[in-house]
Design a binder for this molecule. Structure first.
Ligand SMILES: CC(=O)SCCNC(=O)CCNC(=O)[C@H](O)C(C)(C)COP(=O)(O)OP(=O)(O)OC[C@H]1O[C@@H](n2cnc3c(N)ncnc32)[C@H](O)[C@@H]1OP(=O)(O)O
Ligand SMILES: O=C([O-])CC(=O)C(=O)O
Length: 374
């Protein structure tokens, strides 16, 4: 690949369409959703307000938010066929494959017949995704069939209640809320772009979200939060972490949870997630994972001018809340579903099939050889 081509490989730096949903890395405003700064949203909003904003372009008033929260609660009914599917999936299934398969299965039980129904299907997924992963996890890990029709109003607390079988404390509820807001939307990232490509063929909403889940799974994208956890949990002191990072860099290994395709100096979500990780570390009286994470951040900046992306401090934050590592990326799904769905709706509203071209690099003008002569 020529240097010029390397710079733009992966469509880097090229606009692939328009959106009114989000800006990433725009100067003076690191990350905005529908014009609102991520720092304001993470500090003041509830996740369902952000979902409403992404779906409707405006923040809800009190009455609209209350009725949306109630609507989501009423959609927390697991279809029997989906429950059975979750029970039949092997305990060894990758949790992201559980999400992908369950999403697809839901699309067979309640198919989207008409785009006019799209919001109902999106709301059903938003209501059910936390229960899908927690039901599967607790059925296979603990042998229990959990009740999913709990009365927690908010998605973050609902997830923790399903997982741990008890109402979470306010700190954990608020930490999950901020996390879900931070992960909700990010312009034309790989999984969202995949969802838009699928939408552009006029496929159904479940197909679009299933496509997106498969794309988020990879360790270069959403899977990095779990990979970061696997890495930091090897080290017991900041000194061990520094040595470990330097060894990895010397071997030219990628350090998961660092770097970004768009941001160049920092990921604005890191300050938010790191602050929550610190608060949770204090509650937990942690003297290992948080200092280890901070040292990784310092070493990566010093050695490579690379910064933590949204995934890195999520690893320790989720761990402090007692969330098993394999469930980290499925939580990302429960949140990013809002961004994916908003992009699908935006694509559908002004659609042209997405079909770029490629620069051909293969052989030319080859004479046909009959099979006996090859
Ligand atoms: C929510 C999210 O999806 S955020 C992203 C989550 N993914 C990760 O954390 C995985 C680790 N990070 C990475 O692999 C990359 O930084 C990506 C995939 C996020 C972005 O990839 P790119 O846009 O290709 O990165 P970029 O062009 O900035 O890379 C520049 C150089 O830094 C290196 N680099 C980038 N990230 C890292 C890293 N985490 N560790 C070590 N080196 C890195 C690249 O290898 C490249 O080196 P080279 O020029 O010698 O080939
Ligand atoms: O924008 C990207 O390339 C990846 C990312 O940070 C996200 O999807 O949240």
């Amino acid at each position: 690949m020529t240097d010029n081509k390397k710079d733009t490989a992966g469509l880097r730096g090229r606009s692939a369409g328009e959106t009114a949903l989000c800006t990433v890395g725009k100067s003076g405003a690191g990350l905005t959703y529908c014009g609102y700064d991520i720092a304001d949203l993470a500090e003041h909003a509830r996740f369902e307000e952000v979902a409403y904003l992404l779906f409707h372009g405006e923040l809800p008033n009190r009455q609209q938010l209350d009725s949306y929260l109630t609507r989501l609660m009423t959609l927390r009914k697991m279809p029997e066929a989906l429950r059975k599917t979750l029970e039949l999936m092997p305990a060894t299934t990758h949790p992201m494959d559980v999400m992908r398969t369950a999403c697809s299965m839901l699309g067979t039980i309640t198919p989207e017949h008409d785009f006019a129904e799209q919001q109902t299907h999106i709301d059903r997924m938003l209501a059910l995704f936390p229960a899908i992963i927690c039901y599967w996890y607790r059925f296979h890990q603990e042998g229990v069939k959990i009740d999913i029709e709990l009365d927690d109003k908010e998605t973050g607390s609902y997830f923790l209640h399903l997982l741990h079988g008890r109402v979470p404390n306010a700190l954990h509820g608020d930490a999950m809320n901020a996390s879900l807001i931070a992960y909700a939307e990010h312009e034309f990232n790989a999984s969202t772009f995949a969802a838009r490509v699928c939408a552009s063929t006029l496929s159904d909403i479940y197909a679009c979200i299933t496509t997106a889940i498969g794309t988020l799974k990879g360790p270069l994208h959403g899977g990095a939060n779990e990979a970061a956890m696997a890495m930091i949990s090897q080290w017991r002191t900041p000194e061990e972490a520094e040595k470990g990072i330097l060894e990895k860099l010397a071997k030219k290994e990628k350090i998961m949870g660092f770097g970004h395709a768009v941001y160049r100096e920092s990921d604005p979500r890191n300050a938010i997630v790191k602050a929550w990780s610190k608060r949770l570390a204090e509650e937990h009286d942690d003297r290992v994972l948080y200092p280890v994470s901070v040292r990784c951040e310092e070493v990566m900046w010093r050695e490579k001018h690379l910064f933590c992306n949204a995934d890195f401090f999520h690893a320790s934050a989720y761990h402090f809340m007692g969330i098993p590592t394999p469930l980290f990326t499925p939580i990302f799904v429960c949140s990013r579903l809002t961004g994916w769905a908003a992009h699908v709706m935006e694509q559908r509203a002004n659609n042209r099939i997405i079909r770029p071209s490629a620069d051909y690099t293969g052989p030319e003008n080859r004479p046909w050889l009959p099979i006996e002569q090859r």
